[in-house]
Design a protein around this ligand. Structure first.
Ligand code: ZN
Length: 258
């Protein structure tokens, strides 16, 4: 705790005072670029990995970066989504999962939750992910299944997100974009889901698109498997094939599927 108290002091005397103008401006109101939905995991740091500053991200965190579908029992996640979209007018929503996620590990092995009934109840909102794993990935060795679960869960939660009327309406009118990301904490890399390619691809900033104002979405892509070992690439590419199949891109799935 002492470390945190020292941090408070450092922030007030060094950080806040050196950016006083910014914080005074932010006190007048917030206009964040994006709603960033991610896991509670202490190793996932939305502002650090995106290099966003104060006032730029509206962050919603919970166990497993879950988006309860619209109509679920009243919960804070739905309220945060509605507020970000309707009141703050965010232009982007990012659902960001991460490697080595404890929630996804528990989804695969529910025995881990026997003493945590509330967490078990919460993960009901990821039941579709569990069903997808059961029906489509029984052949995947256990060491690869966690990566599959993380990626499939991001896609499941993106689907849940679209059930919220405020999100659906603005997606339809082109005022809002949604993206699925996976943060690989071992390497600091972020993979962005590209629906047209049916894959999570490594993000990198386009040189020609560089501008003084940072954009979360202004990214280009690198081939996904160029950054993984052969073994790991195989595990990480599997869910992509399945996702493609779910969305009816059979010709691609036939090539890439297991
Ligand atoms: Zn997690």
């Amino acid at each position: 705790m002492q470390k945190l108290i020292r941090g408070l002091h450092h922030f007030r005397t060094e950080i806040f005072s050196s950016q006083k103008e910014l914080f005074e401006h932010l006190a007048l109101g917030q206009r964040p670029d994006a709603l960033f939905i991610t896991c509670c995991d202490s190793r996932v740091m939305p502002h650090l990995i995106t290099q966003a500053g104060p006032g730029e991200l509206f962050v919603l965190r919970n166990i497993g970066n879950i988006v309860p579908p619209f109509g679920s029992k009243l919960c804070g996640a739905a309220a945060a989504i509605e507020y970000a979209v309707c009141q703050l007018g965010v232009k982007d929503i990012i659902v960001c999962g991460h490697s080595l996620c404890g929630a996804m590990r528990a989804l695969i092995d529910p025995n881990q939750l026997k003493d945590m009934p509330t967490v078990a109840q919460w993960l009901i909102h990821a039941e579709a992910t569990r069903a997808i794993l059961r029906e489509n990935y029984s052949h995947v060795p256990s060491e690869g299944l966690l990566s599959v679960a993380v990626q499939e869960n991001v896609l499941t939660q993106l689907e849940n997100l679209k059930t919220h009327p405020a999100v659906a309406a603005r997606l339809a009118s082109g005022q809002l974009r949604v993206q699925g990301w996976v943060y690989k904490m071992e390497s600091g890399e972020v993979f962005i889901f590209h629906p047209d390619k049916g894959q999570f691809l490594l993000s990198c900033v386009e040189t020609q698109a560089a501008s003084p104002r940072r954009s979360l979405i202004g990214t280009s892509i690198q081939p996904f498997d160029s950054v993984f070992s052969t073994h790991q690439a195989q595990a990480d590419i599997l869910p992509i094939a399945q996702h493609v199949r779910r969305h009816g891109r059979h010709q691609v799935a036939a090539d890439a599927g297991p």
